[in-house]
Write a protein that binds this ligand. Structure first.
Ligand code: PAF
Length: 283
């Protein structure tokens, strides 16, 4: 595996590459990232894993300061999972002096994560993802379903700018107890860890309520109640259209339950598809 730090070195490493895959990350690699890397390994000739803790997408400076970082560990894990190129640029390579461009995706970026973290969050994501997609020019870029709204923003970006890349979305990887894998999980104190399971419990409760015929707002209420039973108040809990992230008002079409909550000062997000309820005509 080649470790590269500049856009020029990246260009050299990808010269003559056939099918290129990109797994963009902010490091602190865990099993979720490794499953993306392994999937990409099977599908691409040259696989780039980027590690860049993108400062512009952090709305909370304390969250940025606390974000775990261990490049030698990340490089070893990426290599073990099959990466060919490890792109770990310094901030000035991505944001050189005088950098003045922001890529902003309206609509899908605005509710939920956009409303709670502020507009700068998805602007930061869209700008850095656009820069990485242009720099690497991958045939396929891999993202995790856990960041479902990020995926919808990236899909909109790629469609609107006609970027020639396929976006591949891999399933959320969970700990054996159901907690969605996240780089932030390491910051959960062992005594608070059981409360972190409230997010999955809420999603399961909402999905069951929907299956039993609850309308979307009643299913959301069931999800919130299940979280409160575990002493966790959601920042938001919503059942949305998986493409637009507007509130779903009809569960006969695919919908997604999405949740964010802070447990032990660690902000967690998760989501779960809600299977469409068959209509009377379909029965
Ligand atoms: O999901 C992430 O790790 C980041 O948001 C991404 C896509 C690497 C952009 O910084």
């Amino acid at each position: 595996m080649r470790i590269v730090r500049t856009l020029e070195e990246l260009g050299d490493a990808l010269e003559d590459a056939d099918t290129v895959g990109l797994v963009p990350t902010m490091g602190a690699l865990h099993e979720g990232h490794l499953s993306l890397i392994r999937t990409a390994r099977d599908e691409c000739d040259v696989l780039v894993v980027s590690v860049f803790v993108n400062p512009t997408q952090f709305n909370d400076p304390a969250d940025l300061a606390a974000y775990p970082s261990d490049e030698p560990r990340d490089a070893a894990l990426a290599e073990g999972a099959g990466a060919d190129v490890f792109f770990a640029p310094p901030a000035e390579e991505i944001y050189p002096t005088g950098f003045a461009t922001t890529v902003s995706v309206s609509g899908v970026s605005e509710p939920l994560e956009g409303a709670h973290r502020g507009k700068a969050h998805f602007d930061g994501v869209a700008t850095v993802v656009a820069k990485l997609l242009i720099a690497v020019a991958p045939d396929v870029a891999y993202f995790g379903q856990k960041d479902a709204q990020q995926v919808a923003v990236v899909r909109r970006l790629v469609a609107d700018l006609a970027l020639p890349v396929e976006i591949s979305v891999c399933p959320t990887v969970r700990e054996p107890d159901g907690l969605a894998m996240s780089s932030r999980n390491v910051r959960l104190a062992p005594e608070d860890r059981p409360r972190a399971l409230a997010l999955k419990a809420g999603l399961d409760a909402a999905a069951s309520a929907a299956t039993e015929g609850a309308d979307p707002r009643a299913a959301e209420a069931a999800g919130l109640a299940a979280m409160r039973e575990r002493d966790v108040e959601a920042e938001y809990f919503a059942i949305v259209d998986p493409e637009t992230f507007a509130p779903a008002d009809d569960l006969t079409r695919p919908a997604l339950a999405v949740v964010a909550a802070t447990v032990d000062q660690v902000r967690l997000i998760d989501n779960q598809p809600i299977d469409p309820i068959p209509t009377q005509e379909a029965l």
